[in-house]
Design a protein around this ligand. Structure first.
Ligand code: NAD
Ligand code: DAU
Length: 348
């Protein structure tokens, strides 16, 4: 069946992988990518598919309710896959309100427009909300987050994502909307903005700059290759029952310091440096305020019900990621210098 799908945040890290996957795998669909092109949105992430006949880009802000209402009225979407968000925890500590506006108000604006224009036909119109494992808070040494874990967010980012998840469920319960939510662990891979741990460390090691590790580096994250997340979103979008939630994760927990040491070894090899030389760049710095100790995701439900499993071992994925960053120096240079934003100011 031909579908017209609105993907929000499609110029960002995960969104660009989701857009690419849908454009390539579903030639009958029309994929409309709505993105504000904040500092994190970059159309260079989509250069390989930008001229596809089943793809369109629209620049716009999900916080602007009149714009969103008009967009839904004009475009008559069949479904929404909602990824647009402020996504960086450290920025949320500095500017919480930006996160409330985009992540909470922006999500409610989309829900309101969907509600208004889909009213008589909810069963055939899907609202898929992409969320994070951070809504569950933090774990001690044992245990994993399941879909039944109570929400306990600690950062302004995770509080805003938790709030948006609650609104999505409230619209399903109150108005009968067809909604699905997935909560995923830390992604890594190509087009990851170099403010996040892995691409920041790759960029700094490459340039012989200190690699900041918060606290003692003992916090633990579960890492998933971004293309495996995009595949999970595809599987869930097409197969989940209305009202369902799925956890998505890599079964791949790493202490930050161990991850950074592994990355240093890979970088030494790739850059032809003396073994151990990149590790000398590690610099322990003041910890993040409210830093969650450990995330671990139990994605058994997704595996059991929809047959999804991660495809890539972490060491292999990390090496592929390093190769990508070293082969795409211009992308990295444009992003870190801010040149890509000047380009959009001229274009849009
Ligand atoms: P990102 O920061 O790389 O991309 C976010 C995109 O949203 C950017 O293209 C940005 O321009 C756009 N955007 C921001 N504000 C907007 C607004 N007001 N209107 C329209 N567009 C706007 O983020 P990401 O890491 O790709 O994350 C995408 C989604 O996945 C987010 O909802 C995030 O919470 C969720 N998520 C991320 C991870 C992760 O590890 N990165 C893990 C789980 C869930
Ligand atoms: O768990 C999913 C979440 O993963 C997503 O919802 C977020 O959008 C995404 O940004 C990510 O959040 P984290 O805070 O876990 O990612 P980040 O890359 O910022 O940090 C990963 C870990 O590394 C975390 O424990 C903090 C630490 N860190 C981070 C940076 C940027 C450092 O030690 N040094 C750093 O310079």
């Amino acid at each position: 069946m031909a579908l017209k799908i609105l993907i929000t945040g499609g110029a960002g890290f995960i969104g660009s992988h989701v857009v690419r996957r849908f454009v390539k795998n579903y030639p009958d669909y029309l994929i409309v990518n709505l993105d504000k092109l904040t500092y994190a949105g970059n159309l260079a992430n989509l250069i390989d598919i930008e001229n596809s006949s089943n793809y369109r880009f629209i620049k716009g802000d999900i916080v602007d309710s009149s714009f969103i209402d008009k967009l839904f009225e004009d475009e008559r979407f069949d479904a929404v896959v909602h990824l647009a968000a402020e996504s960086h925890v450290d920025r949320s500590i500095v500017s919480p309100l930006d996160f409330v506006m985009t992540n909470v108000v922006g999500t409610v604006n989309l829900l309101n427009a969907a509600r208004k224009y889909w009213k008589s036909n909810y069963e055939n119109k899907r609202f898929y909300h992409v969320s994070t494992d951070e809504v569950y808070g933090t774990l001690g040494e044992d245990g994993m987050f399941t879909e039944d874990t109570a929400y306990d967010p600690h950062s302004p980012y995770s509080a805003s994502k938790a709030s948006s998840d609650h609104f999505v469920r409230a619209y399903a319960d109150t108005y009968g909307m067809n909604t699905v939510i997935s909560n995923c662990s830390n992604n890594y891979g190509s087009f990851h903005f170099p403010e996040k741990l892995i691409p920041l460390a790759i960029n700094n090691i490459k340039n012989n700059k200190p690699v900041p590790v918060y606290g003692k580096g003992e916090n633990i994250r579960d890492w998933l290759w971004v293309e495996d997340h995009a595949r999970a979103i595809d599987v869930i979008f097409h197969n989940a029952k209305s009202g369902e939630t799925y956890n998505v994760g890599g079964h791949n927990e790493w202490k930050n310091i161990d991850l950074i040491r592994l990355l240093c070894n890979i970088m030494d090899q790739k850059l032809g440096r003396e073994p151990g030389s990149s590790e000398k760049l590690i610099s322990f710095v003041t910890d993040r305020a409210g830093h969650d100790l450990r995330y671990a995701i139990d994605s058994t439900k997704l595996q059991r019900e929809l047959g999804w499993t991660p495809s890539l071992q972490f060491e292999e994925g990390l090496e592929k990621t390093v190769d990508w960053y070293l082969a795409n120096e211009e992308w990295l240079e444009n992003v870190t210098s801010g040149n890509y934003q000047k380009y959009y100011e001229d274009q849009y």
